[in-house]
Design a protein around this ligand. Structure first.
Ligand code: KG4
Ligand code: ZN
Length: 358
């Protein structure tokens, strides 16, 4: 029997300092031996968003403790690990450098394999930790920095079929929550207050809904929320606007997901039930989950949501991506540098900036 790999994962791409120890099991899924995440909510709360220098300082202060804790909780010793995987991008360079450099140093000191991992690949492969999932599958990655539809054909074989041309879905939630003064972090608090409101009370725009394939645009929606927020008189108006915003995102994702599913079918020439994975922090949203489950049923897809602890940023998904790469010998050279921008599909067009036409 082939040896089952164990990896230490380290994640510091944004405002979570995280470390985890993951071992593959005999079912082909993961035994997550430890998964430690330290969130910097308190540090960034008063600014209503992540401040890179503050985030970097918090990573420096916490990283030793978090790694030691992950190793201790796993009950393993570093010497038994097959490799160490650190997020190397995309993200905030000052933050990435901390997890990357410490991972590389431990690996070098302990004479272990070091793998720099793409954070998006971590999210993309994360459902495999809990499910025996076969390629190809459709992925909707919705986080604070990214919103993409990808066809995951295999490890290191990714085709982007849609992306946001301006704001990411999580970013739109965060900015709307900030406009409405609903608290930080924005996504979960907006979801909470939306429950108190009437989702049909405000008509908000659905940018590029009938053009641009399964690409997304959300900046116009946020601007309209800002405009309408100026007319708010009561808390109930505020909750109504939050509920209407969430419902608008819901409508956009329903339509765009249907288009992405049609593109996926054309690309793979297979009409059997296929997995549709929804990953990234926004995948925790219950209203969106319900909608995406309905659309999956209609379009003959099996929806898969990672557990809440693996939806947001975590290091287990980074360790897992390291294991998958190591197993298939898809190894990035060790002299890789961290990168702020690192698309999963290198051939995908860069759809941002003025002059973009559909
Ligand atoms: O994947 P993630 O933890 O970090 C990034 O890679 O960005 O995603 C964080 C994003 C934030 O924008 C956060 O507001 C959003 O996910 N989010 C949510 C919910 N929980 C987290 N958005 C909507 N509803 C939620 N329940
Ligand atoms: Zn993420």
């Amino acid at each position: 029997m082939k040896k089952k790999l164990t990896f230490l994962g380290i994640e510091t791409s944004c405002d979570e300092t995280a470390a985890a120890v993951v071992k593959e099991n005999s079912n082909g899924t993961a035994d997550v031996l430890s998964n430690v995440v330290s969130s910097q909510i308190k540090e960034h709360e008063k600014f209503g968003g992540v401040v890179p220098e503050i985030a970097a300082r918090a990573h420096v202060e916490n990283i030793d403790f978090i790694i030691n804790r992950a190793i201790k909780l796993s009950g393993k010793n570093i010497s038994s690990f097959d490799g160490i995987a650190s997020t190397a991008g995309p993200g905030l360079v000052v933050c990435l450098n901390i997890g990357y450099n410490i991972g590389k140093s431990i690996a070098s000191f302990k004479n272990k394999l070091f793998l720099p991992i793409n954070h998006l690949e971590g999210h993309a492969l994360s459902p495999g930790m809990e499910n025996n999932i076969s390629f190809p599958y459709l992925l909707l990655l919705v986080s604070g920095g990214h919103s993409q539809y990808l066809i995951i054909k295999g490890i290191d074989n990714y085709k982007q079929i849609g992306t946001t041309i301006d704001d990411a879905v999580g970013e739109a939630f965060d900015k709307t929550a900030k406009i409405l003064n609903l608290g930080y972090p924005g996504g979960p608090s907006l979801e909470k207050f939306a429950k108190l409101g009437d989702k049909n009370s405000y008509a908000l725009p659905l940018p590029i809904i009938n053009k641009g394939g399964c690409n997304l645009s959300l900046a116009g929606l946020k601007t309209d929320v800002l405009r309408k927020s100026k007319q708010i008189k009561t808390d109930q108006d505020k909750y109504n606007l939050a509920a209407s915003f969430q419902e608008t995102i819901n409508k956009i994702l329903r339509k765009k997901t249907e288009i992405a599913m049609t593109i996926f079918r054309k690309e793979i020439h297979d009409s059997s039930v296929k997995p549709f994975v929804i990953a990234g922090g926004v995948a925790a949203n219950q209203t969106l989950r319900k909608s995406l489950k309905e659309i999956s049923k209609k379009m003959n897809f099996k929806p898969i949501f990672p557990s809440k602890e693996f939806c947001g940023d975590n290091a287990a998904m980074i360790a897992w991506a390291g294991i998958q790469r190591c197993k298939r010998k898809v190894i990035v050279k060790q002299n890789e540098k961290v990168r702020s921008r690192w698309p999963l599909d290198k051939k995908a067009p860069f759809l941002k900036g003025p002059g973009l036409k559909f």
